[in-house]
Design a protein around this ligand. Structure first.
Ligand code: Z5A
Length: 214
């Protein structure tokens, strides 16, 4: 016996401006308030090595799509080894703002990387690690881009891509959810923040027993 309840791995996914970062912080605070030990992290990034790769990915001039997928998985491997697996082993609930589904949606559906390339990279980098629950925050690309633009920060390389790209990314996330309904739940992120959060909290309480933490 390890002496503590098992860790859980929850990922938030979706397109630009869907509200992932806002809702990830809120979910972490909510679970902490229930007595759940939480680690909030993000991709690309979440460990020193992965954050260094993030800077190259977001600010660089662009890459061959397969090379870009490899960089995403190099960062992810660092994140998994240095941050996620140790936290799960210690019984923490890991909430990650993006994970491997983002590579499938952005690099495969958005940029045309073959699914077989994704599968080979995922097998190498993840060694079977998969989220217990993935919440896909779904919002029409125009609305998400408008929210992101309203923040006033300079657009990164992905935010500057055209509407067709963002529509393919959205369709990619919805295809992932349809293929893996046990793991993925689509949340209507076009609603007010309170309603988005209520739908997420409902999905969490349906999936996990939280009584043990009270
Ligand atoms: N990427 C990739 O291509 N492949 C991969 O494998 C991975 C990533 C892991 C990371 O950028 C980029 O890397 C990302 C995909 C690519 N593309 N982009 N851009 P990032 O981490 O800097 O950005 P992001 O992940 O896309 O997040 P974001 O654009 O910052 O959006 P968000 O986190 O979903 O939204 P937010 O920051 O919580 O909210 C945005 C604004 O909307 C903010 O002012 C909120 O107050 C507001 N908001 C939030 N919710 C609502 C609601 N419900 N109503 C109204 N307004 C709201």
């Amino acid at each position: 016996m390890s002496g503590h309840a098992p860790g859980r791995f929850i990922t938030l996914e979706g397109g630009e401006g869907a509200g992932k970062s806002t809702q990830a912080r809120r979910l972490a605070a909510h679970l902490s308030g229930l007595g759940v030990p939480v680690l909030l992290t993000r991709e690309p990034g979440g460990s020193a090595g992965a954050e260094a790769i993030r800077a190259v990915l977001l600010n660089g001039q662009g890459f061959d799509p397969v090379a870009e997928a490899m960089l995403m998985f190099a960062a992810r491997r660092e994140h998994v080894v240095a941050t996620i697996r140790p936290a799960l082993a210690a019984g923490l609930w890991v909430i990650s703002d993006r994970f491997a589904d983002s590579t499938r949606a952005y690099q495969c559906h958005g940029q045309g990387v073959p699914g077989e390339v994704y599968r080979r990279l995922a097998e190498l980098a993840l060694e079977g690690l998969s989220p217990d629950l993935t919440l896909i925050l779904d919002v029409p690309p125009d609305a998400g881009m408008a929210r992101a633009a309203a923040r006033g920060a300079a657009a990164d390389r992905y935010e500057r891509l055209d509407t067709g790209f963002h529509a393919r990314v959205r369709a990619g996330f919805l295809a992932i959810a349809a293929a893996e309904p046990e793991r993925c739940q689509v949340i209507d992120a076009g609603q007010a923040q309170e309603h988005v959060f209520a739908a997420m909290a409902n999905a969490i309480s349906q999936k996990f027993a939280l009584d043990a933490y009270k």
